[in-house]
Ligand binder design. Structure first.
Ligand SMILES: Cc1ncc(COP(=O)(O)O)c(C=O)c1O
Length: 354
């Protein structure tokens, strides 16, 4: 039986995109490749509404989180965190030999400027944080955080947009960040395999002289090759076909309509959850792409198995709230009708289990 995915990534991929990815292989040193590469960069700029440099590489998103840590942190970073993925980036920076001070806010609370205002001083040359925290379903007030960092510091500001980009309008054109990192398997609705980042000239300048920047995730090297519309190493051409086709689809839908659709899907799932044991994230900070729902007394294992038998898959909770929550992904190319269908099947399943 085919299974519909309402997961938090990887997500369901449309058949037309799967078909686009099965086009015949091309050599990545030829004219055809250059056109594909250039087209993707240009379309990504349109989708993100930015003139920033766009780099991408065959990897999951973490590849370029690591690239940012290596190339963007000179000596010391402040890592803001209110969930698993904020903590993950702190670990990535530390494991790359960077000194990182963790500013950890309790899970369930949004990251707010007051949480780091007294900690942020001149000693930090970079700050990183997650925009949409996938473990808690909290959409951090990204613009307020960036503005508050900028007011107090010259540090580079690097943002994990892995489950935000494509589903939430971060208004990148006026968001003064040095990096926004994401991947293909979330709200872009493709298989995993390409890490992408919009990067500033400030980050590129720092990357150019960065000690220990490495090779594969070296943002400076990736940008240098970009100038020739080439990849640094053999690129994931099949996935790039999919990305190219998907960017066309996204532009055709129109980004404002795409963001609105995500808000509508999120509102439906929140309404459903509120009629039960509620959401983990506080009101006003709820994600448009992932809802983290309190299990309460729900027999989740039995519920999810029965749901899967009907052909619908959602996601378990994550990190330290794994046992008390579950997650529903409402992102990518899913529609409001898809969400209504899921809700109907979830209600039916719960009644059967009652
Ligand atoms: C917010 C966030 N950051 C980072 C990651 C890691 O991304 P990847 O698995 O593509 O490396 C994830 C994955 O779920 C995520 O949700």
């Amino acid at each position: 039986m085919s299974r519909r995915l309402f997961t938090v990534g990887p997500v369901e991929v449309r058949e037309e995109l799967t078909r686009a990815m099965s086009r015949p292989m091309i050599i990545h040193r030829g004219k055809e490749y250059k056109q594909l590469h250039q087209g993707i960069v240009e379309k990504l700029r349109k989708v993100l509404d930015t003139d920033m440099e766009i780099v991408f590489v065959g990897a999951s998103a973490s590849g370029l989180l690591e690239g940012c840590s290596r190339c963007g942190i000179r000596k010391r970073a402040l890592g803001l965190s209110n969930g698993s993925f904020g903590k993950r980036w702190i670990d990535i920076s530390a494991s790359n030999g960077k000194e990182v001070e963790a500013c950890e806010v309790p899970w369930g609370s949004p990251l707010l400027p007051d949480d780091f205002a007294s900690v942020l001083d001149e000693s930090f040359d970079a700050v990183h944080f997650v925009s949409n925290e996938s473990s808690t379903g909290i959409l951090n007030p990204t613009r307020d955080i960036v503005d508050a960092i900028r007011e107090r510091s010259d540090a580079l500001v690097m943002v994990d947009g892995v489950t935000a980009v494509g589903g939430t309008d971060l208004r990148l054109r006026s968001l003064d960040v040095d990096a926004l990192v994401f991947g293909t398997q979330k709200a872009l609705d493709l298989p995993p395999g390409i890490a992408i980042a919009a990067v500033s000239q400030r980050l590129l300048d720092r990357a150019a002289g960065a000690e220990g920047a490495g090779y594969y995730f070296n943002i400076h090297e990736l940008a240098e090759k970009n100038a020739e519309n080439y990849a640094l190493t053999t690129p994931p051409v099949s996935l790039m076909y999919g990305l190219d086709a998907q960017l066309d689809r996204m532009l055709e839908e129109g980004m404002p309509a795409r963001y609105r659709r995500h808000q509508e899907m999120a509102a439906l799932v929140r309404g459903w959850a509120q009629g039960r044991d509620g959401l983990y994230a506080p009101e006003g900070y709820r994600s448009d792409t992932i809802s983290v729902i309190n299990k309460g007394g729900m027999p989740f294992e039995a519920f999810h198995s029965a749901l899967k038998e009907k052909g619908y898959e959602i996601s378990n909770g994550y990190g330290k709230i794994k046992d008390s929550t579950f997650r529903i992904g409402h992102m990518g190319d899913l529609t409001v009708d898809d969400i209504k269908e899921l809700i109907g099947r979830m209600d039916e399943t719960l009644e059967e289990l009652a």
